[in-house]
Design a protein. Structure first.
Ligand code: MN
Length: 427
């Protein structure tokens, strides 16, 4: 049976609402208090399967040298697509209900299975380069309407190329690492001169990202048809944004300090192979793109997404956004083809983010900027009292994503972080 077969069952009980059934098998890097060395694992139900244990026992051997004891997945990812497939197939076999190898070996189970409640997750990859695109037509239209002209919301290039910018890899952090409110240069509309201040318009951006699984040569463009096999998997991504800093600094080269202070990703990388059953066509592209961006067939994915916001002393979170990845205008393959068309090379572990994912309705916007319409329409949270236009200190933001199958889901887990106040000595 194929690892994606919905009929597959594990000897490990997995709840129907779990993000991590046997059909998913996302890869991550974890450690435990008892064994603090970071190593590779796969999530299944409420457990983590320790791949370094299986590798040391000879049950998984993707390479001549050990790769799953590494503190990042880069070496494994660099082995290539055939090895990703074979490894996933071998893990799937080990977890099946009718396979006694792990199921009936109590000693091996106690070594190789760790409760997810006991693990600390780490950044799963060493990120060499981070690129952020801007590929939701609804998001770009909202921002263009707000800051420019609702009648000409999209800039002339937008329908012809996937707009993007090179972000900062050094500040990519894993879910659970809190984010400090940045200081920076701002120029409020009433001020004659810019000033140095704490960001007053701190925001999140709901995004997904794909992870590059191979190295390309400088000068070699990746075609749209070559692009998908170069992708290892996807994560959720929160592109934290300081809107007031951004508004003053972004002309003419795009965001700089407004984006570089932190970018959070979810710890489990869902493989492109696990997402395959949820492939759907993207929107019709008109005007037709130039030949190097032309694609036929289904190149988007049906991924439900949500955002929760919970203030520090709130009893319950408020779900402030529900949307879906599938409506993204430019596909990931088109993004990668465009990224490399000039001859720019990419490397294992490069992170390519979608851009803010917004839907067509007011409750499907993927940023506070759009949800509150730049502060003009503050949101009221579930307590009926608390309002938010942008993020306040102590707020916790949680992004979730999943593909809904019949009786199971291929989930991403979550990417969550809390907003910390600026350091006192910097005010
Ligand atoms: Mn972004």
């Amino acid at each position: 049976m194929h690892p994606n077969d919905p009929a597959l069952k594990s000897f490990i009980d997995v709840a129907e609402q779990s993000d991590f059934p046997i059909q998913n098998l996302p890869f991550g890097i974890f450690s435990t208090a008892a064994q603090p060395q970071a190593r590779a694992g796969v999530a299944v139900g409420d457990w983590v399967l320790d791949l370094s244990v299986l590798e040391s026992k000879g049950l998984l051997k993707p390479a001549a040298h050990d790769v799953f004891g590494d503190a990042t997945l880069n070496a494994f990812i660099g082995l290539g697509r055939q090895m990703w497939r074979e490894t996933r197939e071998a893990i799937s076999l080990l977890l099946r209900h009718d396979n006694p190898v792990l199921r009936d070996d109590a000693v091996l189970r106690s070594l190789a299975l760790v409760s997810r409640s006991e693990v600390q997750m780490h950044l799963p990859i060493k990120v060499g380069g981070y690129t952020d695109f801007y590929s939701s037509k609804e998001h770009a239209t909202n921002v263009g309407s707000m800051f420019r002209d609702p009648a000409n919301a999209l800039l002339p290039n937008w329908l012809h190329l996937p707009v993007g910018y090179n972000g900062r890899a050094s500040s990519v952090i894993v879910s659970g690492v809190d984010v400090r409110r940045p200081m920076g240069q701002v120029k409020p509309p009433s001020a004659e001169q810019p000033l140095f201040a704490a960001c007053a318009k701190l925001d999140f951006e709901l995004e997904t990202a794909f992870i590059i699984g191979g190295d390309t040569a400088l000068g070699a463009a990746v075609t749209v048809s070559e692009a998908e096999p170069l992708m290892f998997g996807m994560v959720l991504l929160n592109d934290w944004s300081a809107r007031d800093i951004q508004q003053w600094e972004y002309v003419p080269l795009g965001p700089f300090n407004a984006k570089t202070f932190a970018t959070s990703i979810s710890p489990w990388i869902v493989t492109m192979e696990a997402l395959e059953p949820f492939r759907v066509p993207g929107p019709v592209q008109a005007p037709e793109p130039l030949p190097y961006l032309r694609q036929s067939g289904a190149h988007s994915f049906d991924i439900a997404l949500s955002v929760d916001l919970q203030p520090e002393n709130a009893e319950k979170p408020t779900t402030i956004c529900r949307t879906n990845y599938r409506a993204m205008y430019w596909s990931m393959a088109q993004q990668l083809a465009h990224h490399t068309v000039s001859g720019c090379n990419v490397s294992v572990g490069d992170l390519m983010a979608s851009g803010t994912i917004s839907g067509a309705t007011p409750d499907s916007c993927g940023s506070m900027l759009e949800l509150s319409w730049n502060g003009q329409r503050p949101l009221t949270l579930v307590d009926g009292i608390t309002q938010r236009s942008f993020l306040e200190d102590g707020d916790r933001v949680t992004l979730r994503g999943w593909c809904q199958g019949a009786g199971y889901r291929i989930g991403f887990g979550e990417v969550a972080a809390r907003v910390l106040p600026v350091l006192p000595n910097r005010c």
